[in-house]
Each structure stands twice: as structure tokens, then as C-alpha cells.
Design a protein around this ligand. Structure first.
Ligand SMILES: [Zn+2]
Length: 332
């Protein structure tokens, strides 16, 4: 009798513990199904305050607009990186630490391009579109307002003293691919991920997130665009409305398979006189999939929680029955 009561208590405790544990750890891939496809649009991103720097997303859809200019730009050269240019002060200390570590390992860092204003980006993109055609240019260059360079958090790295983009076959590019995340920097457009990032592989383009968030994104295995969309971006990707949580409007499949990978050419000098942005920008993306029910949940709960609850109920019923049997006087 006492043994049965103890077993019942232990089972209940175990059941409650199992019920609590899965609820406390959110599923890391919960937002992946909601990643909007690579469709050209001009929706103002949310959040985009200057203090929201680590969570602000710009991509083919989302823009910070022409008026966005970080208030705390500082010179990169003081951090021990050659090539001039500016980044936000929030990124300076970790850039200096990273530059010191890279130098100590024999691969000192240089900069090809860092902060770019809306106006500079407009001239640059238009020169690419003119030279390569809009449909090619959009794969390796952002329209004005959509560039991470306008955030003041990006550096296109070179080996120190040069102005040639690093690749992962050069010592400096390899060092960055292995170590940059430890200092808060992540490669925005990795190899083979164009269906998710919308841009072709850029082994030189790193964005600063701060060490904690960079480590989280690195450990998630997601691209920075996927991670921000699923955790922080609170704008409906179709209507531009503010929404209360990240990952609005799940849209089934993400995007069509990426076009054949191509290495973008070396940057050309921006056109002297900016021309207007080519029209027809809405024709690039595939049709939007109809909204689908959120996958991966049962009755709105995570499957492990539902299973544990069912198990708990079954175990309790079994124990109550055996308890009653044990109480019943034996009449044999
Ligand atoms: Zn870049």
C-alpha cells in the first residue's frame, strides 16, 4: 500500500518534470517556415531605431529608408584595420579586438568598403545595374535603403594593405570564417544559401551583431536573415503592418531554388551621376504561397508536451486502478 502510494507520487513528479522541461526550451527552428521568399519590395523594416541596431533586418523586401544614418560613426583605421572607412561606435571595441587577434595569427585585416550612405548605395547599385543588367546586379548588390552597409555595421574585408575582397581560400578569409563570430561578426551571405539570403555568396561581407547574439546565431546554424526574421523582425512581409511577434504570416515553402552561384565581380567605381532605379522590380519573385497552418504543433502545443501529458494521464489512471485493487479486501 505504502509502496503503491510512493510509486504514484514519484510518477506524478516525473510527469510534471517532463511537462516543464520541453516547455522551457523554445524550438530553435520555429520561425524557419515563416521566412518570406526572395521578393523585391520596399517595406520599412521594424525595428529600425538606432538602438535596435543588432536586431534590424534589411533584405530584398525590407528597407531602412533614405533618412537612416547612424549617429555614432567612427573611423575604422583606429581599430587597426587598413583601408579607411567608418563603422558605428557600438562595433568598434570588438573590431579592434578581432583585428588584434587576426594580426597576432599572421592575417591582419583590411577594409574594402564599410558604411555607405543611401546616396552612395544608390549610385553604386545603379552603376552595377547599368553594367550587368538589373536582374544580375540584384543578386550581388542591394538597392538603396536595403543595404546592410547603410546600417554602419558591415565591413567588406580584405587582407591588410590590399583592396581585394577576401575569399575562403585565402588565409585572411579562412581566419575570418573560423573566428569572426567569436568577436560578434557573422558572414551575412554564406555559400549555398542564396534561397534564404537572396544574395550570392560573399565570403568578405561581415556584419556586427555583438558577441552574445552572434554566438546564438552561429550556434543556431541559421543564416542571419533567417534568424532575424524568426526572432526579432516584427513587420508583416506582405502588408508592411507592424505585428506583435516575429515570424508573421507563415507562407509554406520559402523560395525557388537559387540561380547558379556566381562570384560577383570586383566593385566598379560608382557612377558619377546617379540615375533612377530601374523599374520592374516587382517581377523578380515567385508568387506568394497561400498561408498555411503553422507546422510542428499539435493543438497549438509542442508535440513533446502533448505526448508527456498523455503519458502522465495514462500512468495516473493505471496507478489509481491498482491502488483501488490493493485496497479491496481479498475474498478468496
Ligand atoms: Zn558588403
Amino acid at each position: 500500500m505504502l509502496r503503491t502510494a510512493r510509486a504514484l507520487t514519484a510518477s506524478l513528479a516525473l510527469g510534471v518534470a517532463l511537462l516543464i522541461v520541453p516547455a522551457a526550451s523554445p524550438s530553435p527552428a520555429i520561425g524557419v517556415g515563416s521566412l518570406p521568399e526572395c521578393r523585391l519590395d520596399d517595406i520599412l523594416t521594424i525595428p529600425r531605431g538606432y538602438d535596435d541596431w543588432s536586431h534590424t533586418l534589411v533584405d530584398w523586401i525590407l528597407s531602412v529608408g533614405p533618412g537612416y544614418k547612424p549617429p555614432d560613426l567612427v573611423s575604422i583605421s583606429r581599430a587597426g584595420v587598413t583601408g579607411g572607412g567608418q563603422i558605428r561606435k557600438v562595433a568598434f571595441d570588438d573590431l579592434e579586438a578581432m583585428a588584434g587577434a587576426a594580426r597576432a595569427d599572421g592575417t591582419p585585416l583590411g577594409n574594402v568598403s564599410a558604411y555607405r550612405s543611401y546616396r552612395t548605395q544608390k549610385a553604386l547599385f545603379n552603376s552595377y545595374a547599368k553594367g550587368y543588367g538589373f536582374d544580375r546586379a540584384i543578386n550581388f548588390s542591394a538597392r538603396p535603403g536595403h543595404s546592410e552597409h547603410q546600417l554602419g555595421l558591415v565591413i567588406d574585408f580584405a587582407a591588410a594593405g590590399t583592396s581585394k575582397f577576401v575569399s575562403e581560400t585565402t588565409p585572411t578569409g579562412r581566419w575570418l570564417a573560423k573566428n569572426a563570430w567569436k568577436f560578434g561578426w557573422l558572414m551575412s551571405y554564406p555559400r549555398g544559401k542564396q534561397d534564404r539570403t537572396c544574395y550570392s555568396y560573399e565570403p568578405w561581407h561581415y556584419r556586427y551583431f555583438g558577441r552574445d547574439l552572434a554566438a546564438e546565431i552561429h550556434d543556431s546554424g541559421l543564416t542571419t536573415r533567417e534568424y532575424l526574421w524568426s526572432h526579432y523582425t516584427t513587420v508583416d512581409p506582405k502588408t508592411g503592418e507592424h505585428v506583435s511577434t516575429a515570424s508573421p504570416a507563415p507562407s509554406g515553402s520559402t523560395a525557388a531554388s537559387p540561380p547558379p552561384g556566381e562570384i560577383p565581380p570586383a566593385p566598379a567605381a560608382p557612377a558619377a551621376a546617379p540615375t533612377t532605379t530601374p523599374s520592374g522590380t516587382d517581377s523578380m519573385g515567385a508568387p506568394i504561397s497561400p498561408p498555411a497552418a503553422p507546422a510542428g504543433t499539435w493543438f497549438g502545443l509542442e508535440p513533446p508536451i502533448v505526448l508527456t501529458a498523455a503519458l502522465l494521464v495514462l500512468v495516473s489512471i493505471g496507478l489509481v486502478v491498482s491502488l483501488r485493487r490493493a485496497r479491496r479486501p481479498r475474498r478468496r
